[in-house]
Ligand binder design. Structure first.
Ligand code: NAD
Ligand code: IPM
Ligand code: MN
Length: 360
């Protein structure tokens, strides 16, 4: 069979440091489980490309990526030289929208051996998955500034939700919840204050819920939901959220599990009409770039999500995924660990240790 075609885009900052470890573990897992991968590294979608060419990506980026089965992505952003909205709207956000990656899956898990900032929580107590709407909502380019530079200056930015966009995201979240033992779905809402779009989201959820009587749906206003992530994380199983709420919750959740340096994500086009994208939740971390101490686990775990998605049909994808997560578990328990987890190992040592467990 044809090898899986994977575009590799390391990006900026620590994206470049964690990507080699991600690739090392991907190769080890692919070898062990007989998966054939063809990796294509592209030297664009980073801020140096913007500085050299005035664009984050070449004009034919979409044609170059369209034949790929997946995109393995590091992190983009170097605000010292390129404004963040320029670099991100010129790359990552373009991928999510143009490739209709409308589901952003972001698992949150507390592992054995990882110090938890919440008191009294142990491995297994925190184990949920944020299902973030990834193409609509608060992330739009609709709006503008009027009376600029005067005292009357106003700025407007619209949020956009479509019935199609909300219901497909909710349906995915309900299906995921139904497939898990606890069968619980929490919806992040704000129907008290955001009085048009959020009651509408609640109605969309109620409508889809009729097809999923086995799933217990709970709606939480985003403010108290944030508090409950800290105070009662064991209460969550699947958490559905709009684009911005999901963004915030998917840094908060991992922070409660010790570090954002291990949080992975899958930006999915579930219909497979376009390549899906797999990347850490974290960014380019300019504050630690160059020291070689970034935690590579988010990148490696994202690779596991990619193999699972790519090779779902064969069973080898799930096996490779599970083996990678198991190797991560072992290394988190026994070390080595990067400084964000209180250790003093570097990025390469952690990547090599995980790859060694994978090789068996
Ligand atoms: P960030 O996630 O890059 O960093 C936040 C903090 O977490 C920093 O202190 C950083 O050192 C730490 N951190 C992040 N990843 C880590 C890892 N793997 N190991 C250890 N520590 C880690 O967020 P930021 O500082 O808000 O953003 C920096 C740049 O990254 C900006 O340009 C931003 O727009 C961009 N960004 C990109 C993505 C993406 O490409 N998906 C995501 C978030 C932020
Ligand atoms: C993420 C990031 C991006 C987002 C930024 C960099 C645009 O924070 O993937 O979580 O907000 O989606
Ligand atoms: Mn984010």
């Amino acid at each position: 069979t044809r090898p899986f075609q994977i575009a590799v885009l390391a990006g900026d900052g620590i994206g470049r440091e964690v990507m080699p470890e991600g690739l090392r573990c991907l190769r080890a897992a692919a070898e062990r489980f007989g998966l054939s991968l063809q990796l294509h590294e592209f030297d664009w979608a980073h801020c140096d490309h913007y500085l050299a060419h005035g664009q984050m990506m070449p004009a034919d980026w979409k044609a170059q990526l369209s034949g790929m089965d997946a995109i393995y992505f590091g992190a983009v952003g170097w605000p010292e030289t390129v404004p963040d909205h320029v670099s991100l709207w010129g790359s990552l956000l373009k991928f999510r929208r143009e490739f209709d990656q409308y589901v952003n899956l972001r698992p949150v898990r507390l592992f054995e051996g990882v110090p938890c900032p919440l008191t009294g929580r142990r491995a297994g107590d925190i184990d949920y998955i944020v299902v973030r709407e990834n193409t609509e909502g608060e992330y739009t380019a609709l709006g503008g500034v009027m009376f600029e530079g005067t005292e009357r200056e106003i700025v407007v930015q619209e949020s956009v939700y479509s019935r199609h966009g909300a219901e497909r995201l909710l349906r995915f979240a309900f299906e995921l919840a139904r497939s898990r033992p606890r069968r619980r779905l929490a919806l992040a809402t704000k129907s008290n204050g955001i009085a048009i779009s959020m009651p509408w989201w609640d109605q969309r959820a109620d409508a889809v819920a009729r097809d999923f009587p086995e799933v217990a749906l709970e709606k939480h206003h985003i403010d108290i939901l944030a508090a409950r992530f800290v105070l009662q994380p064991d209460r969550f199983d699947v958490v559905a959220a709009t684009n911005l709420f999901g963004d915030i919750l998917s840094d908060l959740g991992p922070a409660t599990t010790g570090t954002i340096g291990l949080a992975p994500s899958a930006n999915l086009n579930p219909e497979r009409s376009f390549p899906s994208l797999f990347e850490p939740v974290h960014g380019s971390a300019p504050d630690i770039y160059g020291k070689g101490i970034a935690n590579p686990i988010a990148m490696i775990w994202s690779g596991a999500l990619m193999l699972d998605f790519l090779a779902r049909g064969t069973g080898a994808g799930r096996a490779a995924h599970d083996a990678i997560v198991q190797a991560i578990e072992t290394v988190l328990r026994d070390g080595p660990r990067t400084p964000d987890l209180g250790g003093n190992a570097n990025t390469r040592e952690v990547g090599a240790a995980i790859a060694a467990h994978l090789a068996g």
